[in-house]
Structure formats: structure tokens, C-alpha cells
Write a protein that binds this ligand. Structure first.
Ligand code: PMP
Length: 439
């Protein structure tokens, strides 16, 4: 007889532990578009894990690169020394990034990436003798990870309130406007003017010369799929330029093909000063994050500090870890050779049609989509037993063999970029069945 699993020691992250430990979902293996559970059920992955397994699970080429590297060299420091794989991974990432964004600082995940980018912004201004630029601006409903910097610029009060005052940051309103934009396909048409709030805020509340950086997710994913209205990001860019403020794109979700282009910056044709990425960088085989920095910002550090001093007092033991670097190199090759970003772009119109076929079903209030991301906002189900989005997530998993994500009453979908049409049909067909069954 197999020994029963001891669930008493693990403190599960972002989890109602007392509820889930009774019967945790246990994944045992994964391949392509599917997980298999410990009891042998096949689960269609409609969320690419946590928005990260863009090339599909256990891609043989990436697995092989990881296995090979770990056997050759498990670890080498990258402080005052290095190894070829870290340099090669940086080159591959710089080549994929928009022109001019070509200096790479490696870290281990999105949270570290956000904190690193905020530190670069603050240090950059000081380097240039502009030390008064200390304010950071984020947005409501933004998710920028769980570091102290990330929760400050993030717009989720729940992620902050247990931890005391932390860092100060301002928050702009998010641009979701269901009344005007419900069921818009692709970019919403209305609401770019909400970006003007940045300028109003700067002039009314602050001296703009005290602001170091504005950080935005090109598309807000994990708080319910909030798309930027047409022209919105362009306005944010212009206001930052006008006032000498750095613009950081948090591309942790939008990076690596989610919108059918390498980065959200490519899709929106708006170039930030820094981009944070993680997740899809290694196809999630091994943790890795990166900040992709404009050359001028990097050069300002190099020019300001004497050559024999450390220009930027920051780094992680595992910055550029050899196994992660090997995974990143293989992953970026897979994206290119298998043309997965192009494939996502092609599949996105079929995905959009399938998503909008849910319009008119019970409780559906809005459907928002872009690339291979979709948010289905529900209303009127609060109080109906077993019918909140969160309950649908449970039902989808146990009865339909489907892995969804939900935030409040939004179902969020972000499948691996290798998804085929039958799998798209299965995802939306299962959600439709579940919604129709709510009494
Ligand atoms: N930024 C964004 C936009 C994210 O979606 C996430 C994770 N969902 C993070 C940062 C944090 O990344 P991590 O969990 O790897 O620290």
C-alpha cells in the first residue's frame, strides 16, 4: 500500500491552506497541453501553468538542455566572474527584445525583476545627479509580484495590508471600463484619456521632477485581464518622456508570445525604458527572471562610476544560474524555430471567436481578449451556492478535466501557445456547459 501523503508541513503560497489541505489538487506529470493528476486524470491546461509554460509542458529540447547543463556544471557565481551560458542567454534575450533594449540583468522570478527594475530606476537618477527623483507610480489592480517594491507599486491592497507601511507609491486608476467597452474584441476603443490622469497627478500633487518611474503591465493579467484602450500606452509614454520619468513595462505575462509578438512592447509599438520578464523566459522549467534595460540607462552607470568600482550594488546568488541560463537559451530557440509567436497570432482570431461564443450565456457580463489571453467576467452569481468563478474553477478541474484561473469573478485563460483548435473548442465548450448548469 502506498503511504498517505503528509500534508501538514507545507505552507502553500496564496492558498487557503486549511481548506485545501483536506484534498489538495496533485499534479503528477505534464506533457504538451496536459497535466496528469496523481490519480491518473488528464487535465487540459488552459492557463499555461501560471501563465508561464508558453511552449507547452516538458518540451523535449528544453528538458534536454537542462539535464545536460546540470550534469556539466551545477552552479558558478556570477559576481566578479561568470560562465558562458549567462552571457549567451543575455545575448539571446537582447536579440529578441525591441531595438535599444539590450542590457540584461538576471534574477530568479518576476518579483525580483520588478524590485530590480525599480532599484535601477532610483539609482539611475542618482547616478545622473537627479537624486530628488524618488517617487514611484503604479496603477490600481496592478500585480507586480510580492517583493516590497512590487507590493508598493502593485494595486492590490490585500497584498499589502498584512505587512505594515512598506514603501510609498502612487496609483493611477486602471483603464477597465465595462460600461463603454463590454465585449470589445481586441483593444477597447474607449478610455485612453484615463492616461491623462498621470499628467494631472504629476502637476497637481507632485513636482514632476520628483518622480523616478512609472510601472505598468501592458496588459493587466492576473487581476482580471484588463486591456489598455487604444492609444492609452502611447499617452503614458509621451507623458513620461515629457517629464523625464522612466517607463517600466512589467512583461512577466505579456512576454514571449502571449500577444502573438515577442513582447507586449512589440504588439503595442510602445517602447519602455526597461522591461521585466520571467515565466516564459525558461518556459518555467527552472526559475529565472530578467530586467531588459535600455542601453543608455546601462551606459549612464558605466560612465558615472570609475571602472574599478561596482556600479550597481545589487545581485542574487542565482543571477544567471547556469541551469536557468541553459533553459532560457533552449527556450528562446524553440520559440523562434517553432514560430510559436506567429502561431499564437494566427490562433488568436479562432480563440477570439470561441471566447465570444459565450456571450449571452447566463451570468456572463463581459468578455475581453487579446492574443491568447481571455477574461470572462461574471455577475449575478454571488450568493448562488457553488456558482462563483472560484467554484467554477473547482468544477472545471474535477468534472471537466480543465485547469482555469479565476480572480474575483473573472475567469482568466492563457493557454500554451501550442494549443490547437479542438482544444480551444474544448475549453470554451466546457465553460459554457458549467455556466448553463448553474441554477
Ligand atoms: N508581474 C506580473 C505582471 C505577474 O503577473 C507576476 C506573476 N503572476 C509577477 C510580476 C510576479 O512574478 P513571480 O511570481 O515570478 O515573482
Amino acid at each position: 500500500m502506498t503511504k498517505a501523503l503528509d500534508t501538514s508541513h507545507l505552507w502553500m503560497p496564496f492558498t487557503a491552506n486549511r481548506q485545501y489541505k483536506a484534498k489538495p489538487r496533485l499534479m503528477a506529470s505534464a506533457s504538451g497541453m496536459y497535466y496528469a493528476t496523481d490519480d491518473g486524470r488528464k487535465i487540459l491546461d488552459a492557463t499555461a501553468g501560471l501563465w508561464c509554460v508558453n511552449a507547452g509542458h516538458c518540451h523535449p529540447r528544453i528538458v534536454e538542455a537542462v539535464q545536460k547543463q546540470v550534469a556539466i556544471m551545477d552552479f558558478a557565481p556570477t559576481f566578479q566572474m561568470g560562465h558562458a551560458k549567462a552571457f549567451e542567454a543575455a545575448t539571446a534575450l537582447a536579440e529578441m527584445a525591441p531595438e535599444g533594449l539590450n542590457r540584461i540583468f538576471f534574477c530568479n522570478d518576476g518579483s525580483e525583476g520588478v524590485d530590480t527594475a525599480l532599484k535601477i530606476a532610483l539609482a539611475y537618477h542618482r547616478m545622473r545627479g537627479d537624486a530628488g527623483r524618488t517617487r514611484l507610480i503604479g496603477r490600481e489592480r496592478a500585480y507586480h509580484g510580492v517583493g516590497f517594491g512590487g507590493i508598493a507599486v502593485g494595486g492590490i491592497a490585500g497584498n499589502r495590508k498584512q505587512f505594515g507601511p512598506g514603501l510609498a507609491a502612487d496609483h493611477l486608476r486602471h483603464p477597465l471600463n465595462i460600461e463603454k467597452n463590454a465585449y470589445s474584441r481586441g483593444l477597447p476603443l474607449h478610455g485612453a484619456e484615463i492616461a491623462d490622469e498621470l499628467e494631472q497627478r504629476l502637476l497637481a500633487l507632485h513636482d514632476p521632477s520628483t518622480v523616478a518611474a512609472v510601472i505598468v503591465e501592458p496588459l493587466q493579467g492576473s487581476t482580471g485581464v484588463i486591456l489598455p484602450p487604444k492609444g492609452y500606452l502611447e499617452k503614458i509614454r509621451a507623458i513620461c518622456d515629457k517629464h523625464g520619468i522612466l517607463l517600466i513595462f512589467d512583461e512577466v505575462i505579456t512576454g514571449f508570445g502571449r500577444l502573438g509578438t515577442a513582447f507586449g512592447a512589440d504588439f503595442f509599438k510602445v517602447k519602455p525604458d526597461m522591461m521585466v520578464c520571467a515565466k516564459g523566459l525558461t518556459n518555467a522549467t527552472v526559475p529565472m527572471g530578467a530586467v531588459i534595460v535600455k542601453q543608455e540607462i546601462h551606459d549612464a552607470f558605466m560612465d558615472a562610476a570609475p571602472a574599478d568600482t561596482i556600479e550597481f550594488f545589487h545581485g542574487y546568488t542565482y543571477s544567471g544560474h547556469p541551469v536557468a541560463a541553459a533553459a532560457a537559451i533552449a527556450t528562446l530557440e524553440v520559440y523562434k524555430e517553432e514560430q510559436l509567436f506567429e502561431r499564437a497570432a494566427e490562433m488568436s482570431s479562432y480563440f477570439e471567436e470561441a471566447a465570444h461564443s459565450l456571450k449571452g450565456l447566463p451570468f456572463v457580463k463581459d468578455i475581453r481578449n487579446l492574443g491568447l489571453v481571455c477574461g470572462i467576467e461574471l455577475e449575478g452569481i454571488t450568493g448562488k451556492p457553488g456558482a462563483r468563478a472560484y467554484d467554477l474553477f473547482n468544477k472545471a478541474f474535477w468534472y471537466k478535466g480543465l485547469l482555469l484561473r479565476t480572480t474575483a469573478d473573472v475567469i482568466a485563460l492563457s493557454p500554451p501557445l501550442i494549443i490547437n483548435k479542438a482544444q480551444v473548442d474544448e475549453i470554451f465548450g466546457s465553460i459554457a456547459d458549467l455556466l448553463k448548469a448553474i441554477k
